[in-house]
Structure formats: structure tokens, C-alpha cells
Design a protein around this ligand. Sequence first.
Ligand code: ATP
Ligand code: MG
Length: 371
Amino acid sequence: MASIALNGVGKTYAGKSASPVLQDISFAVADGEFVVLVGPSGCGKSTVLRMIAGLEEASGGEIRLDGVRVNETPPARRGLAMVFQSYALYAHMSVFENIAFGLRLARVPKKDLHTSVHTVARMLQLEHLLDRKPPQLSGGQRQRVAIGRAIVRKPRAFLFDEPLSNLDAALRADMRAEIARLHKQLGATMVYVTHDQVEAMTLADRIVVLGPMGVQQIGAPMALYERPANVFVAGFIGMPKMNLVEGAVDAHGRLALGGVPLDWENAAACGSTVTVGLRPEHLVPDAGGAIRGTVALVERLGADSHVHLEVEGLSRPLVVSIKDAPPAPGSAWAVTHAAGALHVFGADGVRIEPRQPAPAGNQINIISEAA
Ligand SMILES: Nc1ncnc2c1ncn2[C@@H]1O[C@H](COP(=O)(O)OP(=O)(O)OP(=O)(O)O)[C@@H](O)[C@H]1O
Ligand SMILES: [Mg+2]
């Protein structure tokens, strides 16, 4: 397997408008690592994959495989396998021939070809389907054939472009588990594009968040969830979406939301207007809670309910995710935020950490107690 590195890669498609689609994209994928690329529609995720595969030329920067520049290397010689959202199987060929296709092109001897196809078919539980043709398969089976076709060539790395987005929810969950298992079994380097939060959070060793301004943050899924570097990542990672509302930092550095003081302080942020991020699952119903309002809407999802709480001074309701029986719409309700689960972003959108006043007084107390 191979490592992949993008250094300052840019892309401008030729044409009338010719404005850059991607600028200065840099990230590295270690040998055997599973990296998931997420970002809003049109931000250039597929373009990044296609440039790594060599199907699209980079307009600037460098792409390296195992440390070797491959910008000028044609796709076939890069040794990567790409799995698309549309499976692009040959409808008139059997499953066996679809999987074997690349090996036949590479003139692999017949005996080795048979062994390879059967090994892959066994791995993907396709053995009983080898004689069928793609139109006689379910969506999930077709997807497995497409993956089989990629695996059988023993590529240096896999590139997946939203491979599961055509499948229904149950099949997606099955295939997700399948891909996780495959990654373990093959120890393969994978770059995987998805819109699905669950896929990103569960499959990735690291997530690369792409935004309109390029790479927004790179990190382990839980690191992005717990400490988003900016408002963009905060709003993008997490389901349901983080509440992002306007807050104010007073002259002493204390944060307030709609006039309600919150447990966050930073003297360096005095007098500024900030964006406060509160995850719906980190707001807790509490009759004595400081964040009070009126229930505007309740969405019951089964295990959870989303309560939309209208709070005076806030331009939009706070969404609160709870497991217990929800309050009635129109009723008064109060919540607190779980300790430490508060995100604050400055006017430039960048995260600001709380900074408590120096604990000098406390230290003196401790010393005197010990004495
Ligand atoms: N061949 C092309 N010629 C010109 N512009 C293109 C071409 N392919 C893509 N683009 C533009 O480049 C931008 C990025 O496209 P890309 O397909 O990489 O986005 P994406 O992040 O994969 O989006 P989605 O999530 O919708 O699949 C878009 O604005 C798109 O219109
Ligand atoms: Mg795409």
C-alpha cells in the first residue's frame, strides 16, 4: 500500500469563467490510513480524488505517492483504484467477468486470474452470484462487485467517491461495516468522500474538512467534534447540527447569551461579539437552568426528540436533543449546558478558548491549608 500527499494543490478548470475551484490544498494520507473527505456540495471533493487518480490534471502544486511526484504519471501507472457513486459495471458481462476485467487487460495468467477473482468474491460474499449479470443484482450487490473489481487489482490505494449514496439506509449500514472490515483486512490506504456524517465519523482515522476556502481542519473524528477549529467545521461536523448563536463578552471577559451569563471567561476577548456553539445533545433540561424560553416545536424521532426552544434575545431557537419525554409546545422550559461543552468563535470565525484568571489566590490558600 502507499502513502499519498498533496502539497499546495490547486485546480482551475479551463473555460470562460476559469476561476479556481481549489487552491492550495495540502494534506497527507499515511500508508494504511483511512482518510475521509467531507465538505459542502461543489467544494471540490471529487476533483481532489480525480486529481489523485490522475483523471484530472492538477493546475498547481504537487501530488506524491510514496514520496514520488506523480503529477505527470498517467492514471494506469499510478496503480490506484477508484470506486464511483455510479458503479459503472458492464451490464452484459457476468459478475465474474466484471471483477476479472482489469486482470484480463493486464494479461494475468488464467489460473491466477481465477484464484484472485474467487478470493475476492469470497471476501465480499459474492461467490454464489458470479454467473449473474449486474441487472440481476440488488444495489448493494452491485456495489460489492464494483469494490471487488477495485480490490482484485491489488491497488496501492483506494479512492472512494460517495460509494454508498445510492443505497437505502439499511444497506448503507451493512456496506459501511463491510468497508470498515475490508480496510482492516487489507490494511489498505483509503481516501473516501462522503456527505454522510455517520460514515465520516465511524470509518475515518482522520477527517479532512474542505470548505469554500480550502482545507478547514484535519483531525481525528472526535477531535473535530470536540474542538472544531472554526465556525465552518462546528456547523459541519455533528448531527444534529450545532446551535450557532450570537453571544457577547462583557468588559470583564465574561460570556453571555441573550443576557444570560454562561460558564466561559476570557479577559482577552473583552467587549467582543462572538458566535457561541452549543451542541443539541449538550443542552440538558433543568428546571433551574439559566437558559429559559418557550418551546416552539417538538420533533419526535423515536429514541430522541428535538425540542426547539425560543429564547429571548436570540435570533433563532436553540435545538435541544433529549431522550426523555419532551415538553409540550408552547410551554415554558429551561436548560443548562453541560460543563465544558461550549464553543466560542471570534468575529473571524476562529475558535477562542476560555482563559480563567490566574489562580494565584487559590495557590496561597492551598499552601496555608497545608501548613
Ligand atoms: N469538468 C469540469 N469543468 C468545469 N468545472 C467543473 C468540472 N468538474 C467540476 N467542476 C466544478 O468544480 C467545482 C467542484 O466540483 P466537484 O465535483 O469536485 O465538487 P464536489 O465537492 O465533489 O461536489 P458534490 O458534493 O456535489 O459531489 C464545482 O463548482 C463544479 O461545478
Ligand atoms: Mg462529488
